[in-house]
Design a protein around this ligand. Structure first.
Ligand code: IVH
Length: 758
């Protein structure tokens, strides 16, 4: 240990090698053996040292370095790899519903083994079936060579870059690795992480995953390994593929090899000597499986002896020596007493089934998420119904279906909007559902259920940058009743803020003078932050950073964008025009006499609609003409305009404007440039040039796009002969080939400055 942090004794190559193997060893100790030897801080120290050395010495680059686990450049597509040994599936045998002998199919499977091997007792292993994605990891001389999906069993996708981000996959094995070792196993998402991720997605209004397998498969399909690195995936080995090394006599020797090399493997694995044993072990797994860290819906049964496996052989799909026994998910009937609506931190209204408590798959369940209104309507779930519930992926309680025979006569279909009387159940604010989304949301900037997340957004670096107000402080401010809305921050005084308790009542922790001072100062600066940051800070739906910038380009101040006249909010003419033209066009389309979904009933109506259609079209064109010279970018389209209008025109929006006026805050634009004349545009250095961007750049692609557009360029998504430049970042493979074929000039980030005169 003494030379653990000693960099000077060894040359860089040697030190790098040492650090890599040391970090991998600690990784194994942590993830495979759960016996860490050093603290997280010491691990980080080693990691940082390696990172620095690697930056200084790119000549020693290695894709299997522990520093590469954060994920490299995105791919355009996955390469195909041919499996060294076919990667087969296993045949399922099912537990039977309402059968006299529910295990009949499993018994059949065992009888076949007995018959084919000509013996009564056939030793088999039994282990839980992991609800994950099959993967093949190929190690050559102890180094991860590649990782692949099953694909069609003969060839799969090369997902090495994605798999490298998974901490429990060793990138290098412990000493004593054979020349070639192909480990087969599952990539899965641990139960807790899966539940947490789904809860987050639910909150954000994103579709949730039905089970951990879908979540893992979705993650592994990502072409950008950095996204995969953010997903909490894990790996467990359960089988052997290609192998060159000392002979492995039994499954036991194989398991010993995995353990000695630090490869995590699936547990428990029971050895059953007879049919009775097998049935006992399968039953054991069924009762204990809810306590495993991963989702499982069955048990895998494999013949123990390798020679016997060879004798039994394979069908075209699967080995004859293995079977996956699928348990029936436990289902219970219970009464749906009520549907309550939860308002999440981001304002999403989630319906929740309040159930008569029942015991299912290991726990008592009294609530189950109903996800969203669409889901309720699809299943026609009504209050007072008797419903069947089970745990999706054996983890999350879900309503499977309604028992219609038990439906009360007076029940009514459920409507979320009626149920909440059209307003947010937390604050009474306006709710809306965006087109293409399934979730209703509360759009009130001052909704208390959203107070913490709104304050976080308000204070975040890209918004008003009030650094000292992080998650913990925002939480304390709201929960201790100091702030109900972000604008309440401006009423804080330093002394009061210094006494804010960030800890618990038993163990208080004062915020302190110094931190309080920082917040007050940052708030003073925030008053003068530009309009685009204020718009972004307000957390208006659809208004991200670029839309906020574009809105600020079009308006001199918040007062110009939205102001109160005679008690009502007026928004700027340009916003109204953007929105109005879109509304008129949509209406024109709807009433058009050639609309097949809404055909006119007779000639008379046809004529009237033709006229009305033409009039609407003309109005839309007129509105568009009025704003044409503003060259409004796509960042402020109809959807953004509508969201901004809705926000400011609501009672809540009006209240925000009033409070800002009281506080004497009227943010001004720093990039106000309302009309770009044609002449100005053509004078820009990249006017008339079309760019396509691919690969990873030093900045966000959107940022680069904005930059190029600000210089007059057009940025397109796909390459054609009309493209002038392909701006190629790290890893821009297939587009680069296409550019070469079409003779499009390929440039790198550094070349851009040459195209723009000072
Ligand atoms: S052994 C010849 N053991 O389930 C294939 N597979 O439905 C031998 N799986 O393809 C596979 N947990 O991807 C085995 N403990 C386990 C497993 C397991 C999950 C997967 C595996 C297999 C699929 C078949």
């Amino acid at each position: 240990m003494s030379d653990l942090f000693n960099t000077c004794l060894a040359g860089p190559a040697e030190r790098i090698r040492f650090l890599r193997s040391e970090l991998e060893r600690h990784n194994r100790l942590y993830y495979t053996e759960a016996q860490p030897e050093i603290s997280d801080a010491d691990y980080d120290k080693l990691y940082r040292e390696l990172e620095e050395l690697e930056a200084k010495h790119p000549e020693f680059d290695d894709p299997n370095s522990p520093t590469k686990r954060v994920g490299g450049a995105p791919l355009d597509s996955f390469q195909q790899v041919r499996h060294l040994v076919p990667m087969l599936s296993i045949d399922d045998v099912f537990e039977l519903k309402d059968a006299e002998v529910p295990q009949a199919e499993l018994i059949d499977f065992y009888r076949k083994l007995q018959k084919n091997l000509g013996r009564d007792k056939v030793a088999v292993t039994v282990e839980p079936k992991i609800d994950g994605v099959a993967v093949s990891l190929v190690y050559r001389n102890g180094e991860l060579s590649y990782a692949a999906t099953r694909g069609d069993g003969t060839t799969g996708d090369d997902i090495t870059n994605n798999v490298r981000t998974i901490r429990s996959v060793p990138l290098a094995l412990a000493d004593g690795a054979p020349a070639l070792l192909e480990v087969r196993g599952e990539i899965y998402m641990p139960n807790e992480a899966f539940a947490a991720m789904n809860a987050e997605r639910e909150e954000a209004g994103l579709p949730t995953f039905a089970n951990p397998r879908n979540a893992s498969a979705g993650a592994l399909k990502q072409l950008d390994p950095k996204l995969v690195a953010k997903r909490p995936l894990a790996f467990l080995a359960h089988g052997l593929g290609a192998y060159e090394g000392p002979e492995l006599e039994s499954e036991k020797s194989f398991h010993d090899l995995l353990d000695s090399l630090g490869i995590p493997r699936n547990r428990p694995v029971w050895v059953s000597a007879s049919l009775e044993d097998l049935l006992d072990h399968v039953a054991l797994i069924d009762t204990e499986r809810h306590g495993l860290g991963y989702g499982t819906d069955g048990a895998v049964v494999k013949v123990l002896d390798r020679a016997e496996r060879n004798k039994l052989g394979y069908t075209s799909r699967a080995p004859r020596w293995a079977a996956a026994y699928k348990f029936l998910p436990e289902q219970k009937e219970t009464l749906l007493r009520d549907i309550t609506i939860q308002v999440g931190r981001t304002g999403v209204l989630t319906p929740v089934a309040e159930l008569e408590p029942v015991f299912v798959s290991g726990t008592t369940v009294s609530r189950a998420t109903l996800h969203n209104e669409e889901e309720i309507q699809r299943k026609d779930v009504r209050i007072g119904d008797t419903v069947v519930i089970e745990k999706a992926g054996e983890i999350i309680p879900a309503v499977v279906k309604v028992v219609l025979e038990k439906r009360p006569a007076d029940s009514k279909p459920f409507s979320l909007l009626d149920h909440v009387h059209g307003v947010c159940p937390s604050c009474g604010g306006p709710v809306s559902k965006e087109e293409g989304f399934v979730a209703w949301r509360c759009t009130n900037f001052e909704c208390p259920a959203q107070a913490v997340s709104k304050i976080r957004q308000f204070a975040s670096r890209k918004a008003l940058d009030i650094e000292a107000v992080g998650e913990i402080v925002a939480d304390a401010l709201v929960n201790r009743g100091v702030c109900r809305t972000p604008l309440d921050l401006f009423t804080l005084d330093q002394e009061g803020l210094a006494t804010l308790n960030l800890g618990s009542d038993e163990e208080p922790r004062r915020f302190g003078e110094k931190n309080a001072g920082k917040v007050i100062e940052a708030l003073e600066q925030a008053r003068h932050k530009p309009l685009n940051r204020w718009l972004f800070a307000m957390g208006i739906r659809q208004v991200g950073e670029s839309a906020a910038k574009e809105l600020a380009r079009l308006h001199e101040s918040l007062k110009e964008l939205a102001h109160i006249t005679e008690g009502a909010v007026e928004c700027s003419p340009i916003l109204k025009a953007i929105h109005g033209s879109a509304v008129k066009e949509a209406e024109a389309k709807r009433i058009s006499p050639s609309n097949k979904e809404n055909p006119p009933a007779n000639d008379e109506e046809k004529k009237a609609r033709k006229e009305a259609h033409a009039a609407l079209k003309a109005e839309a064109t007129e509105l568009k003409k009025g704003i044409a010279s503003y060259k409004v970018s796509a960042d402020v389209g109809q959807v953004v305009a509508e969201s901004v209008l809705t926000f400011f025109e609501s009672e809540a929006g009006k209240h925000v404007l009033e409070r800002m006026a009281e506080l004497g805050i009227d943010p001004k634009s720093e990039n106000y440039l309302p009309k770009l004349e044609e002449a100005d545009l053509s004078a820009l250095p990249l006017a008339g040039k079309t760019f396509v961007i691919t690969g990873t750049l030093s900045m966000d692609r959107d940022e680069m796009k904005q930059f190029l557009e600000s210089k007059g360029a057009k940025v397109s998504g796909s390459i054609s002969a009309k493209t002038d430049y392909l701006l190629c970042g790290e890893g821009g493979g297939s587009k680069r080939d296409k550019a070469d074929k079409l003779g499009v000039k390929v440039i790198e980030e550094g070349d851009i400055k040459d195209l723009i005169p000072e």
